[in-house]
Design a binder for this molecule. Structure first.
Ligand SMILES: [Fe+2]
Length: 289
């Protein structure tokens, strides 16, 4: 796992609460990449490519990121963006919440123009949510509030909140035109303090018996629960010691066992879409056949 802790800040709980209360009132809308998640998944742009409050698409931008009207209602988080981080290379800053939901394992930036190493995503959880986890390749961690993480979104990763407890977070993205040092993203050099020990999430061993139980889902898989089975499979690696990309291996194998070629094709397509390559405008349906 290349994801790691970059530093930590103390959150001012009183100021934070006012911002969180506002974010709670912003309605849930259809998200870009809604196909990647189920349940409650809410992204609110504070800075983005256009300055439009409802523009949630992460993309390469010309010039600097533009503040949206949400920044006026989130003064504390906006201050963190501009005082902790060096905004010279800012691409996007957004809050992201996930409740009783899972994001399917995927890789980001595959649809963008730069080499993936020139994108740098940071992620900071703002609230205690004991059953909200992040995975990156063979590791599952729980982010603690105030920890600023480099999230290696270019490799296989996923997120889940197994509870209804809010797990609001601040995701700040940077992009560079050439080689850079990760400390360049900070305006305040005292925040940069790498080497912190993450809170790893213990998982159960993944055995052949576990795999057999998963593959027996072929007995219940149908087109109308294909999406549910994908999300069910996406949770397995948070609980068992297995790579997140296995999610798609099982889905393809289960689909093959049903003998339904359309399900096999869709399973292979979703794997290619999430892990391999997609165009910026590509969208994918899990429910139309
Ligand atoms: Fe992602």
């Amino acid at each position: 796992m290349r994801s790691h802790i970059l530093g930590k800040i103390e959150l001012d709980q009183q100021r934070l609460k006012l911002d969180l209360d506002y974010l709670e009132t912003v309605p849930v809308v259809q998200e870009e990449y809604d196909e990647f998640s189920n349940g409650y998944w809410k992204n609110i742009p504070l800075w983005n490519a256009s300055g439009q409050a409802d523009d949630r698409l992460y993309r390469d931008i010309e010039g600097g990121a533009v503040a949206t009207e949400h920044t006026a209602r989130t003064p504390y988080l906006s201050e963190i963006v501009t005082s902790v981080f060096n905004t010279a290379h800012l691409q996007m800053a957004r809050t992201r919440n996930l409740k009783n939901a899972v994001v399917i394992p995927h890789r980001d930036f595959v649809e963008l123009d730069r080499n993936a190493d020139l994108y740098f995503r940071t992620f900071m959880v703002l609230e205690e949510s004991p059953r909200a986890y992040h995975s990156n390749e063979d590791t599952v961690v729980r982010f603690r509030p105030g920890e600023i993480w480099f999230l290696d979104a270019a490799s296989e990763h996923s997120a889940v909140n197994l509870s209804e407890l809010s797990r609001q977070s601040l995701c700040v993205d940077f992009a560079f035109d050439g080689p850079f040092d990760e400390k360049e993203i900070f305006a305040d050099p005292t925040v940069y303090s790498p080497g912190g020990e993450p809170e790893f999430v213990p998982r159960k061993p993944f055995t052949s018996e576990t795999r057999d139980r998963i593959l027996s889902l072929a007995n219940v898989l149908e087109r109308d629960n294909f999406r549910d089975v994908l999300f069910m499979l996406s949770k397995v690696h948070f609980l068992y010691e297995v790579h997140p990309a296995q999610t798609y291996t099982w889905l393809v194998d289960i689909a093959k066992a049903t003998g339904d070629e359309k399900m096999v094709t869709k399973a292979e397509q979703i794997r290619a879409f999430a892990i391999d390559a997609r165009a910026l405008t590509d969208r994918f349906s899990l429910t139309s056949w």
